[in-house]
Design a binder for this molecule. Structure first.
Ligand code: COA
Length: 383
């Protein structure tokens, strides 16, 4: 297997983007990533695109062909990758494996979702849960995570304020990210007084509904310096599965797929949680940010609430979490999120993250999950 490097990245503005179509969004992301890597489109050998559900959001399937066609990339192989909100993470992993195996040299892994063209995105998002046992019984994603939050509060004494703190820190970072959907600071009081979505989760505990795309360009590590002076190396790419429905879990406050993927990633990279200097976690709801820092091994099980309250997850803290603003403030265009996380980590490792830069970072991690953890992808990157 060959080592793999990232030589170019991009992210479009995230938000409610009325004036740009699905095909233009992904083409913008791809074009900017190619420019960042200083390559021509003709040099790309394959493309992997993470997308959860264009069929339901914009009534378009066969998007791999659509994108290759619209971006002028035919006849290169273009493959759609779907694993709900982890689609981007798996598109990244597919690209990494294509380069590592020697099948292709220069590969683009991208992600895109256009969610705001439908009046109510909730039923489409709910297809990532177990239809028979969850969605058809009226359970939505906010309510699934609300059950997890209730249980975490009951089992570990996690407080409503600690959940709110996670959103507050995300927005503090997101306010420094010009590509974020909601680049504004919020207070604990604002979270606690925002509208109830699914008890105990309120509006400001939830990631928003987002349009957006992101892309990364990969090549063999040994060739990276031909393209850039600041390559970022893939130290680990891991994926694991978990039960799709919550009722089959041994413990709903632990996402086992995250635990397994993280363990594999640490082994692959020869690293431990203490070696990670910043992490982008999948905080689709504030509770999921707390679970992530526990399941990735940064704090003991049940201790994420106090850890967030102490400030260890802030930029400048022991383990900066979501310097980009995370899913909460940057936005969560489902299939694009895993790629946007990687783009942020590359900017951090290059020292290009502007006002939200984590000082002296050499090693960073991304964590992307599908549904309530039926799929998890964990990547470790290094300078
Ligand atoms: N954070 C901050 N502000 C938000 C927001 C969020 N998550 N979602 C919406 N807003 C703002 C809107 O900009 C709007 O502000 P305005 O009145 O100043 O224009 C206002 O809140 C109401 O927006 P609206 O779109 O009507 O909200 P909604 O009630 O329809 O949707 C949620 C809010 C939380 C239900 C929706 O964002 C949601 O479903 N989020 C979860 C998405 C999800 O499940 N993703 C997959 C996870 S696995």
């Amino acid at each position: 297997m060959r080592d793999v490097a990232i030589i170019g990245v991009s992210q479009t503005k995230f938000g409610e983007l009325w004036d740009i179509s699905f095909r233009d969004l992904i083409t913008e992301a791809g074009t900017k990533a190619a420019a960042d890597a200083d390559i021509e489109g003709a040099e790309l050998e394959a493309m992997f695109v993470g997308n959860m559900t264009a069929g339901l959001f914009i009534q378009q399937e066969h998007i791999a062909s659509l994108i290759a066609d619209h971006a002028g990339l035919t006849p290169i192989p273009c493959t759609r990758v779907e694993a709900a909100c982890a689609s981007g993470g798996l598109a990244l992993r597919s690209g990494i494996m294509a380069v590592a195996s020697g099948y292709h040299d220069i590969v683009i892994s991208a992600g895109v979702e256009k969610m705001t063209d439908v009046v109510d995105p909730t039923p489409a998002i709910a297809t990532a849960s177990d239809q028979e046992w969850e969605a058809q019984q009226g359970v939505t994603f906010p309510s699934l995570y609300a059950m997890i939050a209730k249980r975490h509060m009951h089992q570990y004494g996690t407080t409503r304020e600690q959940l709110a703190m996670f959103s507050v820190i995300n927005h503090k970072n997101g306010a420094l990210n010009p590509l974020a959907q909601f680049p504004m600071e919020i207070s604990v009081d604002q979270v606690l007084n925002s509208s109830m979505v699914a008890d105990p989760l309120r509006l400001l505990d939830c990631s928003p509904v987002t349009d957006g795309a992101a892309a990364v360009i990969l090549c063999p590590a040994e060739d990276a310096h031909k393209y850039t002076d600041t390559p970022v190396y893939v130290k680990a790419s891991a994926q694991a599965s978990g039960t799709i429905a919550l009722h089959d879990r041994r413990d709903i406050t632990t996402i086992d797929s995250t635990v397994h993927a993280a363990r594999t990633a640490y082994e692959m990279a020869g690293l431990e949680p203490k070696d990670i200097q910043a992490v982008e976690v999948h905080d689709c709801f504030s509770i999921n940010g707390l679970l992530a820092i526990e399941d990735l091994g940064f704090v003991e099980k049940g201790q994420a609430g106090p850890a967030v309250e102490e400030g260890i997850t802030q930029i400048g803290g022991k383990i900066p979490v979501n310097p980009s603003g995370g899913l909460k403030a940057r936005g969560h265009p489902l299939g694009a999120t895993g790629i946007a996380q990687a783009a942020e980590m590359v900017w951090q490792l290059r020292g290009d993250a502007g006002k939200r830069q984590v000082d002296g970072i050499e090693i960073g991690m991304t964590h992307n999950i599908g549904g309530t953890g039926g799929t998890a992808a964990v990547h470790i990157f290094g300078r």
